[in-house]
Unconditional design. Sequence first.
Length: 285
Amino acid sequence: MSKGQHSGTHSAPPPAPDPLPLPIVDNHTHLDISREGHEPVDVAAAIAAAKRVGVNRMVQVGCDLDGARWTVQVIDEHPELLGGIAIHPNEAPKHNERGDLAEALAEIEALAAHPRVRAIGETGLDYFRTGPEGVVAQQDSFRWHIDLAKRTGKALQIHDRDSHDDVLRILQEEGAPEKVVLHCFSGDVTMARECVDRGYYLSYSGTVTFKNARPLRNALAVTPLEHVLVETDAPYLTPAPHRGAPNAPYLTPVTLRLMADVLNVSVPTLCAAVSDNSEQVYGPW
Ligand SMILES: [Zn+2]
């Protein structure tokens, strides 16, 4: 590739934010994924950079078979990490078409026996990227993951893109696991209140910092501190003003500080809340 062809994709990484006064947890990150045109993530360096600014623990999410296999290895090597594993809602229809969905789910179940896999996810529904032909496979797979979380006593991490009503309906129909996290929460005030009434946790990502995200900030404003989590979903959803650069766990404080403003609480108060809530959901580590 000629030099300059990808100018822009290799822009310097955003500077490290000021360290937080208390440690926090990045509830959802993909260290196994690097953005197109970028080197694979150096896991030890990513964890070190995160810890320098107070992000001392992370939930590593592997949501296809390769990612799940990688996750159970990396959580053994790094005590800062817990694992979440699942077949992603955009992957389930592909497995279904190939006729190997049952086999893939069986492998997820076997890998989920690892004691440091503490979340089943991300699972759920995505009506944005998968068309109507994939809905049945997505919903079947979602129901299966809900059942796995209940059978294993692990938290359920939900991906919900343009599918709020069906996500809430299916959770109700199946009976939700004890701990449910809506990862990258994208609902409005009404949905936030419904989730809180049901005892779910709402994990806010960099999207809450986006200029056009006022409805999401309004949802955050009515979320009680006991239900709030923070995440990067790295390498995606980089918080403003760094949109366009790859996201990484060391940028979590950018999102957390904006959240403290919206919630009208101090930064240390929110740090303590997200760490406590993370331990409530995943157990100590
Ligand atoms: Zn994710």
